[in-house]
Ligand binder design. Structure first.
Ligand code: SF4
Length: 361
């Protein structure tokens, strides 16, 4: 691990997290500079993630939702420390109970955490090297980190394949011998190879046929139980999030605009943006009375030119004068539920009745 000779742990902070919190994201921002001209002068900032506060509880699934360009994937990559955050803290509870801030750590100090926080990629076709066998693909992290003796890697890979529902006899085959769903199982086996604690699944089933999505989602759920996993499940598809997540975090232009237990968000959203996203969830029962879809005006705001006041106001059907000048803070509206809307306590927004969602599973 990253403990030094005198017991010092790089990034350790004198902080206590609630017992069940694995990751506490505090004030996280990720800005990308816009450079122009011969001298590459910085002329602006893309505020991809802007002051995100979020607690990820152990062995739970957080669903991160929003339209394309709302910052959810950038947030996932900051958690993985693929992107170094511009500011803010990523407080992570180590297996020994100590809390470290991953945000400022240098690459060498991040190594132990790279084993504990892994990613399942979106596209099982491009994320697997076609020239490597399953043994090489899944065994690579074991080989690089030397956590398993070289002569035991094959047994470990065979066991991982079994755990994700693939036959160990396939171990010397190449990815092109497999379907999309099977390839995603290989990707999951690779993510599990180092026994992670937190898995970031970014659109993990979006590239798959509808017919195999449910199988992969069920596999992820089963593995959560057997491997004690915590998921950050990033998706633009609220139907899948409803199936997978215990809690939902809705993002808009790099900010969290609503957090809620999944069933409560679906039943009654508190933010107009959540209401619009929910209205686009297809109705699984064609005989049911049609739910009215809310068609939002325009596109997600440009994160390099975030509107004044509430960033959602140019698209919001409930906007009032105050919304154009005063940014609404994310605040608790009712116990366990937060929203960033001045009028969240007054609006009566439409969700999806429980029966309509459940019947779609
Ligand atoms: Fe709409 Fe105003 Fe609420 Fe923003 S603060 S979501 S513009 S009602």
């Amino acid at each position: 691990m990253s403990a030094g000779r005198n017991g010092h742990v790089a990034g350790q902070v004198d902080d206590t997290l609630p017992e069940d919190v694995l990751l506490d994201i505090r004030g996280l921002t990720k800005h990308f500079p816009i450079r122009r001209g011969l001298l590459s002068r910085t002329v602006g900032q893309i505020r991809a993630v802007d002051g995100v506060e979020l607690q990820v509880r152990a062995r739970r699934t957080i669903g991160l939702v929003g339209e394309s360009g709302c910052g959810k994937s950038t947030l996932g990559r900051c958690v993985l420390r693929v992107y170094p955050p511009t500011s803010g803290e990523l407080l992570y509870r180590r297996p020994d109970g100590n809390v470290v801030n991953l945000a400022p750590l240098r690459e060498q100090d991040l190594l132990p955490y790279r084993r504990q926080i892994r990613m399942v990629f979106q596209d099982p076709f491009s994320s697997l090297n076609p020239r490597m066998t399953l043994l090489q693909i899944v065994g690579e992290p074991l080989k690089v980190t030397k956590v398993v003796p070289a002569d035991e890697i094959e047994d470990r890979v065979a066991d991982l394949l079994r755990r994700v529902g693939l036959r160990p006899e396939y171990i010397r085959r190449y990815p092109n011998a497999f379907s999309g769903g099977e390839r995603q199982r290989v990707g999951i086996a690779r993510a599990l190879a180092l026994s992670p604690r937190l898995v970031v699944a970014d659109e993990a089933v979006s590239a798959l046929d509808v017919s195999v999505r449910a199988q992969i989602l069920n596999l992820l759920k089963d593995l959560q139980e057997t491997e004690d996993l915590t998921y950050l499940f990033i998706s633009h598809d609220l139907g899948m999030v409803e199936y997978m997540a215990d809690e939902v975090v809705v993002m808009y232009v790099g900010r969290v605009v609503e957090t809620a237990p999944t069933d409560e968000l679906f039943e009654r959203p508190l933010h107009p943006y959540s209401e619009a996203l929910l209205s686009a969830v297809p109705d699984p029962d064609p005989t049911a009375a049609k739910r009215e879809r809310i068609i939002l005006r325009g596109e997600v705001a440009d994160p390099s030119q975030v509107p004044d006041g509430c960033p959602f106001h140019p698209r919001c059907f409930y906007a009032q004068d105050r919304c154009r000048t005063e940014p609404p803070p994310l605040r608790e509206i009712i116990p366990g539920r937060q929203a960033a809307c001045h009028f969240a306590d007054e609006l009566h927004l439409r969700g999806i009745p429980e029966a309509a969602v459940s019947s779609g599973r």
